[in-house]
Structure formats: C-alpha cells, structure tokens
Ligand binder design. Structure first.
Ligand code: RIB
Ligand code: CA
Length: 309
C-alpha cells in the first residue's frame, strides 16, 4: 500500500520529539510532506529549532520544516517548560542541526499544500496547540478540500485536565483555534488524556526500548526518561504518558485504539473553564469527529519498539 501523505504540526516538546522519531522511522507507511511548528510547550523559535534537531537525529533532513505561529489567536501566550525543560527537549544537549527551517511559513505551506492536493488526500497529525491549523483554514477555506483527516492530541473528558482542573494543555493554550478546528466539520480524531493516560512507560517497556541500539531509539529513551521524572515530580504518577506518540501510533495502527463518534466543542469564554472540551456521545446530528476512548498500550509500545529498532 502506498505511504499515506502526512503533515505533522507540533510543538516539540519531549513527547512531540518521540512522536516525530516514530513518524520518521516509518517512510514505508507515512509520506511526511512537511513538519510545521507552533509555539506551545516552549517558544515558537525553540519548537522550530527542536523539530530540526529531532529531524537530524532521525537522519530525515529530506523532510522540510516550516516555522509557524509564535502566539495563540487571541489568548495570552503561555508555555509548559516545566514539563519539557527550558530548551523544550528535556534540557538535553544535541548537536546543532545542519539544516534549518524553510523560508516559507507554516501557515502558507499548509494552505498551499492542502489547496493543491487531491481531494481528501492529506492527513494532518497535530500534537500541539491548533493555532497553525486554524490560521490556515481561515486564510484559505478552500484548503479544507485537501484534508483526509486530522488526528490530534488534545482535550480531556473523563480524565479531567492536566493544565487546569478542566482543560488539557494543547486545547487550553489556544482554545479559540481549537474551537475553530472542531467547528470546521472536518473529519477529526481527537486523542485526549482519556486515552493517552492509558499509554504509560513502565520498567518492562523501557527495558525493551533501551535494549535497542539505534540513535533514534536512544534519543527517544532519553526523552521518555525525562518525561517519567517530570510526571513523578509534577503529577505524582509512575510512568510517562505517551501523549503525542499516540497520534502517530494511531495513524500507523488504528486498530490499537477504540474511538467513538462525538460532538466536541471547546469552552472559550470562561477563565475558569477555558479550553475545556465538551465531548457529547449522544449525537443530535451526524458528527465527523471521533473521541479516543481506549488504547492497547502493549500494542502501541510493541509498534514503537519495532519501528525504532
Ligand atoms: O497535554 C499534553 C500535550 O501538551 C502534549 O502535546 C505535550 O507535548 C503538550 O504540548
Ligand atoms: Ca505537544
């Protein structure tokens, strides 16, 4: 089967970095047309630089990186450096990448690529705030024709929030952008904390990954170990949740996830509940959106180990 054309929009971020390493390791299944970056975990400049660093680790400098929005649509900018280290890559030091970002910006790349694409042909993986996607759809509404589906990491329903009591970080960071994307009517699969909290590292899973020799596996383990430390310190949990890698795992093996059709809307007015995702399974009308409810964590880790080997 021909590899699936894919654009990855991200805010690296240690778990974004693992997601990128996984995606870069699957050229037989994913034809990555470009990486677009957005401010989120750390500044827009750092997320762009970090995407280039991870691309170099994966030896995939054939894939262009486009820098995108450096702030949310309307909300005040905020970061999550305490979860990702000051540099956004777990305060780990890597060689400066040989190749940087393209001249074109992320929003122009998204709009022009989707507008020129065959109908419903390009998948978009989003692992950060949805600012770039919202800006591209607003600048070029006709670009929507090229979208096959959007698979995003974001939101929370039964799990509660991780940045506030009621909101998950990606949606909280730019709730207006998230609401625009969910209201677009495009086919969206949202993998929120309800499902990503089911996919956590543990000693056996890490032992298998750390036994791999490839540079991409070693880097992924460094990112995951940092994530474990932060999860223990800030959330009191053992095991780092694989938020963003879940998006790539879904694209590579959707059968390892269970999703349900849902109406999904985002709170944008209240400071208290900003970024809350209201997920309604009792549909009043057909919905193109689906909500992740279950994941086979062992199957996801098996996929990651096979791909990073
Ligand atoms: O809430 C988890 C999400 O927020 C992940 O995408 C992580 O990288 C952070 O951006
Ligand atoms: Ca992210």
């Amino acid at each position: 089967m021909a590899p699936r054309p894919l654009i990855i929009d991200c805010d690296p971020g240690v778990d974004d970095a693992v997601a990128l390493l996984l995606a870069f390791s699957a050229p037989d299944a994913l034809e990555i047309l470009g990486i677009t970056t957005v401010a989120g975990n750390v500044s827009g400049a750092l997320t762009a630089q970090n995407a280039c660093i991870v691309r170099a680790i994966a030896e995939r400098e054939d894939v262009p990186v486009f820098a995108g929005a450096d702030r949310p649509l309307l909300a005040e900018a905020m970061e999550a450096g305490h979860f990702h280290g000051r540099n956004g890559l777990g305060d780990l030091e890597f060689p400066a990448p040989g190749k940087g970002v393209e001249q074109a910006g992320a929003v122009a790349f998204l709009a022009e690529t989707l507008r020129a694409a065959a109908p419903a042909s390009i998948s978009i993986a989003v692992t950060g705030p949805l600012t770039n996607i919202a800006l591209a759809l607003r600048a070029a509404p006709d670009a929507a024709q090229g979208v096959r589906e959007i698979v995003l990491m974001g939101g929370a329903r039964s799990e509660g929030g991780n940045i506030t009591a009621s909101a998950e970080f990606n949606i909280y960071a730019d709730p207006h952008a998230a609401q625009m994307v969910f209201a677009s009517g495009l086919p969206i699969t949202a993998l929120g904390l309800d499902v990503t909290h089911q996919i956590r590292t543990n000693p056996a899973r890490m032992a298998r990954l750390e036994a791999l020799g490839a540079a991409r596996a070693r880097a992924a383990c460094q990112f995951l170990r940092f994530g474990e430390r932060v999860e223990r310190e800030h959330a009191g949990h053992d095991g780092a949740p694989l938020h963003d890698p879940a998006v790539i795992a879904y694209l590579l093996a959707p059968e390892t996830f269970e999703t349900a059709a849902a109406e999904i809307a985002v709170e944008t007015e209240s400071a208290l509940t900003r970024g809350h995702t209201a997920v309604e399974f009792r549909l009043s009308k057909p919905s193109a959106a689906r909500w992740g409810v279950r994941a086979d964590a062992d199957a996801v880790f098996d996929l990651i180990a096979r791909r990073l080997a």
